[in-house]
Design a protein around this ligand. Structure first.
Ligand code: SF4
Length: 325
């Protein structure tokens, strides 16, 4: 059984009379011991999907349709109190800016001890011992549990928030742009740490990033989002080697290859659409070089084009990406 299964999720934000369709009918799952990368441009709905799973949307945001099963249990149906019990214990989150995740006037160790005491019903002494072990595991000196957040570097804070995410032994960790604010060397170390802990604890990980190289090197499967829609999902190898969706193809082409031969970078004309009034039909059609009449009229079905490779494009598998129409 999947650790996480999302079905037809729609999450909207309400701005006066307007409604922003930030996430629109997305469906995917994540198995135990699997890293699922969710990628796409800023504003495509990745973080809204994460906040929907955690049920930590801002006041003007709401899940308006769909289901989110965590270990078979639909979190959309949970009360706020039930959700409070589930957070950290079943699902935890590693935020982009770790400084914001910790209270600046409390010692980091105490904040993690508190989570552990509440979620695991253990006494302070036991929780402190366990937090020291966790610090050791994430590469921090155990005695640094007495430090305040400002005494840690960016990389150390990210390690500490990973320790906090593990504190209540969750089944799923959501890592929302976990290394974006760090330099490349520290990024590699943090991602390596995340991968080794994921293997050790058989965690399901939802790795959210705008950086395709992070997804390519760290995910088992990948989902590509565009304008609130999931446009392609498959194994990382398949999606990168044999993209089916024009947006995926263009997005991958827009990133320089570190290892492969030099090539001209692709660019995607235009800008992402306004999600208050998204384009009719395929949301990518105003920017798609291969769009045809039907693309403007009908929403492409999200379908399994080949085994475990899903796509939402009327012409999946028929387009010659070398030739723009
Ligand atoms: Fe392009 Fe049409 Fe496919 Fe959308 S459905 S990606 S517009 S070809």
């Amino acid at each position: 059984m999947s650790v996480l299964r999302i079905e037809d999720l729609c999450t909207h934000y309400f701005l006066g009379e307007d409604r922003v369709q930030a996430v629109d009918k997305i469906t995917f799952d994540i198995a135990e011991s699997e890293i699922f990368g969710l990628a796409g441009e800023s504003g495509c709905g990745k973080t809204t999907a994460a906040y929907s799973i955690m049920r930590i949307l801002p006041e003007n945001g709401a899940i308006v349709n769909g289901q989110i099963f965590l270990d078979g249990d639909d979190v959309v149906e949970k009360t706020d109190e039930e959700m409070r019990q589930l957070r950290w214990r079943k699902v935890s989150i590693v935020f982009q800016y770790a400084m914001n995740a910790f209270n600046p006037v409390l010692r980091i160790g105490n904040q993690i001890v508190e989570v552990m005491q509440e979620k695991q019903s253990i006494d302070k002494e036991e929780a402190t011992k366990r937090v020291k072990e966790l610090f050791d595991e994430v590469g921090l000196e155990p005695e640094r549990i007495r430090d305040y957040p400002h005494e840690f570097s960016g990389g150390m804070r990210q390690r500490a928030i990973i320790a906090q995410a593990l504190a209540a032994e969750p089944r799923l960790i959501i890592a929302d742009e976990p290394v974006t604010a760090l330099d490349v060397i520290v990024q590699n170390k943090i991602l390596g740490l995340l991968r080794s802990l994921q293997k050790k604890y058989k965690l399901a990980v939802l790795l959210i990033t705008h950086d395709l190289s992070v997804v390519a090197e760290n995910s088992d499967r990948v989902g590509i989002m565009y304008a609130g829609k999931l446009v392609e999902v498959g194994s990382t190898v398949n999606v990168f080697k044999r993209s089916l969706h024009p947006y995926t193809y263009k997005l991958i082409g827009a990133f320089p290859s570190v290892k492969g031969p030099k090539r001209r970078l692709e660019f995607i004309p235009g800008t992402p659409p306004d999600l208050v009034r998204p384009p009719s039909g395929c949301r990518f059609h105003p920017r798609c070089p291969w769009a045809q009449e039907i693309c403007n009229l009908e929403v492409p079905e999200y379908r399994e084009y080949e085994k475990k490779h899903w796509v939402a494009c009327h012409f999946a598998g028929e387009i010659n990406f070398e030739v723009e129409s």
